[in-house]
Design a protein around this ligand. Structure first.
Ligand code: ATP
Length: 722
């Protein structure tokens, strides 16, 4: 029993009406069944007229269904769009469904009959349609095609269009998008519409009789044969009716089977999990495998075409492959007017409140949205101006959106190969490259799966592999980590950082996450209400925010400095200390591999104000917290039910022995701590109060900054020792 019926959510009276409805449909068929001379069916069907009628019905139905599909699919695609007059066109197409069949037959006769509008012309050149098998096929097509159009047009109108946009960014042209993306996505509706059209053709009677007549072997189909036999031998009519019902049941059953299959797949896809799909543990294992540099069997180089080593990265850094972006995004109806100037190989984080215009900028630059006054130039190419609009597929960009938007009807491997195929690569070469890309994101073992068999994190990795497989010079990322859990997001972030460092594309990254900014972005552009309100190098904007929004975003505590690992702590391989002489703080990297890689790099430690506990000065907190800082209160403000305490960290007397000295020592380090109002009273906090701040290492995230491989604040001697 369906779930909703078990839960009693259906009112009792519904059962009565539903029972009556089913009975109204089934009882006449049962009544017919009781009168059918079942024992004589074989003998009756062996007779010439009956067999001829059945054969003619099957032939004409097949032909009319093929016509309905060939003409109906393009018609449905056209009618699913929005253009002037589309509503009238939709009514016209549906009209044959509402017409009595005899009227449909009259219309055809008056048009294609010997003396009809077009028929008279055809007759003049020796072509006669009326009362021929062609007329039967035309009559069946006329009445059946609207069924296919209705089923398909509805599905096309509500389809997810994101897949098509992504296919365009991967270089697919309109025909490839229609054939490889749009139609496969609405395949269940095509199957259902085709079966409905076939069933309607099979039962067609009135239009056929009026337009084609009833000539044995030429136009007399099964319904006509049944009608005529009813006058002379009712037993034969009943036997033929039974055969027609069996054929109709077969058609309907095939439809129902198709429909159930696709619905089930879609339901599984929505849950993103299924029996046999990876569990969280598997995902974690994959993540770990992908992030372990020496796990060469599961993870190849960050760039499939490059060698993943510090030397390679440094070499790549000096030679960006990305192109400069110069854009003026003007979309008045969205209140967006933004100038963006991005240097080759830079990673620009586009920040701003919801609705501030970030996605609009990405849509215009990727060609998915036309801004009337916009100009977009990538490298030397003008992509948009008053007279030019280069379609998305020809822009040489990649777009990674919040949802992976993998094509559900293709395997993981073919999803990744899609962009390469669209750009003319042969299947074998495209698949070989796709395998390398999958290896690079730790998903080689998933190549043969379908997207509905992936977890959210795996789908995001595959989507990343697909976007980067075409070696784009410019990458747009529209919150690709927003829908992922913390671990999956960290893994994707780390993959992106490696890939960007290795291949240096120009990147525009839309995000709300400070970790993304700190670890990926070289520059930040902040939007508000469709306009740029602040921009500059990422570390500068984050450490000295000039707007309320950036300050709130940067409300996290942070320390940018040089990372090092304490070799005396082999039991804690994730621990990393960030030193910005004389200050230092210990946190945890996303993985042991990240911790190893971070050592000696420029990195940022981030922790929220809620992670800071305060104690009276001079007390030694119980346990063994890693970060114990002497501080002094410089500000107190109310933050709802909490108080936000601003503290200056006091310069330690002696620098931690293991901490290397940095060239540019910060003069002050200011922290925020959120504590309850009761704690404020209990600690007697006021401006100037000395306090001990304690931060658990587990609360401190450590990520390499976007320019992490080239520490800017290192003393020359230390840079040499690296
Ligand atoms: N399809 C649309 N049609 C009309 N207006 C839209 C459409 N999509 C977005 N807008 C409007 O354009 C403005 C900018 O929206 P946009 O989606 O670019 O913002 P955003 O900064 O990306 O927001 P978020 O962080 O919520 O994704 C908003 O005022 C929004 O309401």
């Amino acid at each position: 029993m369906p779930e909703n019926l078990r839960r009693g959510t259906v009112p009792a009276w519904l059962y009565l009406l539903a029972g009556l409805g089913l009975a109204a449909l089934a009882i006449p068929l049962v009544g017919l069944g009781t009168r059918v001379p079942w024992a004589r069916i074989g003998e009756i069907m062996a007779e010439g007229d009956a067999r001829t009628a059945l054969w003619l019905s099957l032939k004409t139905c097949l032909a009319s269904t093929v016509l309905a599909v060939v003409l109906g699919i393009p018609t449905s695609v056209l009618l699913s769009g929005s253009w002037r007059g589309v509503k009238i066109a939709r009514i016209l197409v549906l009209l044959p469904m509402a017409l009595p069949p005899v009227v449909a037959g009259l219309a055809l006769l008056q048009t294609f009959g010997r003396r009809g509008l077009i028929g008279s012309w055809l007759d003049a050149i020796g072509i006669q349609i009326g009362f021929t098998t062609t007329a039967v096929i035309m009559a069946q097509t006329f009445v059946s095609m609207p069924f296919l159009v209705v089923a398909l047009q509805g599905a096309l109108q509500v389809r997810e269009k994101g897949h098509e946009s992504i296919a365009a960014t991967l270089g697919a042209g309109p025909s490839r998008i229609l054939g490889r993306v749009t139609l496969p996505l609405v395949a269940p509706a095509i199957a259902q519409g085709t079966a409905l059209a076939l069933a309607r053709s099979l039962g067609e009677f009135g239009a056929t009789l009026t337009f084609a007549g009833s000539l044995t072997g030429v136009t007399r189909t099964m319904p006509l044969e049944i009608y005529l036999q009813r006058e002379t031998d009712p037993d034969i009519a009943l036997a033929l009716a039974a055969v027609l019902i069996v054929v109709a049941i077969l058609v309907v059953a095939i439809t129902a089977w198709q429909h159930t299959g696709t619905t089930r797949r879609a339901a599984i896809s929505d849950d993103d999990q299924l029996p046999g799909a990876d569990t969280g543990a598997d995902t974690a294992a994959n993540t770990a495998a992908a992030d372990t540099p020496d796990a060469s069997h599961t993870r190849g180089p960050a760039s499939p075409e490059s060698v993943d080593g510090p030397g390679a990265k440094t070499a790549a850094r000096t030679a960006p492959r990305g192109r400069a972006i110069r854009a003026h995004i003007a979309v008045p109806e969205r209140g967006t007017d933004v100038h963006l100037d991005v240097a080759p190989g830079d990673v620009v984080a586009l920040l701003g409140r919801n609705g501030s215009g970030k996605s609009t900028c990405v849509q215009v630059m990727s060609g998915l949205l036309e801004g009337p006054g916009s100009t977009v130039r990538i490298g030397e190419r003008v992509l948009d101006d008053a007279t030019t609009h280069v379609p998305t597929r020809d822009r040489g960009i990649a777009l990674l959106a919040q949802r992976p938007l993998l094509l559900p009807h293709l395997s993981v491997l073919d999803n990744v190969a899609f962009g390469l195929r669209a750009r003319g690569h042969r299947t074998a070469a495209a698949r070989a490259r796709a395998r390398r890309e999958l290896t690079a994101v730790g998903c080689a073992h998933l190549a043969e799966r379908r997207p509905f068999q992936l977890s959210g994190g795996q789908a995001a990795r595959v989507s990343l592999a697909r976007a980067l497989a075409t070696d784009p010079a410019v990458v747009f990322l529209d919150e690709p980590m927003a829908a992922l859990d913390v671990d999956a997001a960290a893994a994707i972030r780390s993959l992106l950082a490696r890939r960007f460092a290795a291949t240096r594309p120009t990147v525009v990254l839309v995000t709300h996450n400070l970790l993304d900014v700190a670890s990926l972005a070289t520059h930040v552009v902040v939007l508000d209400d469709g306009h740029v309100i602040e921009q500059g190098p990422a570390p500068e904007i984050l450490t000295h925010p000039r707007t309320e929004f950036t300050a709130a975003l940067a409300g996290m505590n942070m320390l940018i400095g040089r990372a090092y690992r304490d070799d005396a702590e082999p039991a804690d391989p994730h621990l990393v200390t960030i030193a910005a002489d004389p200050f230092a703080i210990t946190g945890i990297a996303d993985s042991e591999a990240d911790a190893r890689e971070l050592a000696s790099c420029r990195a940022v430690a981030l922790f929220p104000p809620s992670a800071v506990s305060l104690y009276p000065a001079g007390t030694e907190p119980a346990g063994s917290p890693r970060n114990v800082l002497a501080t002094r209160v410089v500000g107190i403000e109310s933050a709802g039910r909490l108080a936000r305490i601003t503290l200056d960290v006091l310069r330690p007397e002696a620098r931690t022995a293991a901490a290397p000295r940095t060239a540019a020592a910060p003069r002050t380090w200011r922290l925020s701590a959120d504590i309850t109002l009761g704690s404020v009273r209990a600690l007697g906090i006021e401006v100037g109060t000395p306090l001990v701040a304690v931060i658990k290492a587990a609360e401190v995230s450590v990520v390499k900054t976007a320019d992490g491989s080239a520490p800017a604040d290192m003393a020359p001697s230390e840079a040499k020792n690296r």
